[in-house]
Design a protein. Structure first.
Length: 163
């Protein structure tokens, strides 16, 4: 599902399944970034590894929701979702990973980057992309949004402790 860097730009008119694939890629990119931070940070490896594992769970959850869209049991609400914003955020995450691989990143820098990324997910409301009668769907979306808020709060707390 992962796209090569530099593939064609995303437009608002992209089919819903492609947009959902972008959401999965975004979660996987966050997982990659946090995994890299874990491998590069001796004292905070567990912190970053936990975030990375949770991003992997988010990607799996979105994949499961994608299957519901594919089989028609869940409808996609494109009017409440900006594919270009998601694509831009995805490229930003990939750029942060490239920078981290290119030069050492301090814990403070990594935390600042993670905080910005998690805040961006909340502000963009990337998980508000489905509608349907399935109460389980609403529960899953609420869990994803709550997990993102929890990531933001956990990263913020670590950042404050690191000052």
């Amino acid at each position: 599902m992962r796209r090569a860097h530099g593939e064609r730009p995303v437009t608002a008119a992209q089919p819903p399944l492609e947009i959902l694939d972008l959401l999965v890629e975004h979660e996987e990119a966050l997982q990659d970034l946090y995994s890299f931070y874990a491998s590069a940070a001796a004292g905070s490896s567990d912190f970053w590894s936990r975030l990375a594992a949770e991003e992997s769970e988010h990607a799996a959850t979105i994949r499961a929701l994608r299957h519901k869209v594919e089989d028609g049991s869940v409808q996609f609400r494109p009017g409440r979702f900006s594919a270009p914003a998601l694509a831009s955020s995805l490229e930003h995450v990939r750029g942060e990973l490239a920078k981290a691989k290119d030069a050492p990143v301090s814990l403070a820098q990594a935390l600042s980057t993670a905080l910005d990324l998690e805040k961006g997910l909340i502000e963009a409301s990337f998980y508000e992309v489905f509608e349907g009668d399935d109460p389980q769907l609403q529960h899953v979306l609420e869990r994803l949004a709550a997990a993102t808020r929890e990531h933001r709060d956990r990263v913020r707390k670590a950042s404050e402790e690191n000052r």
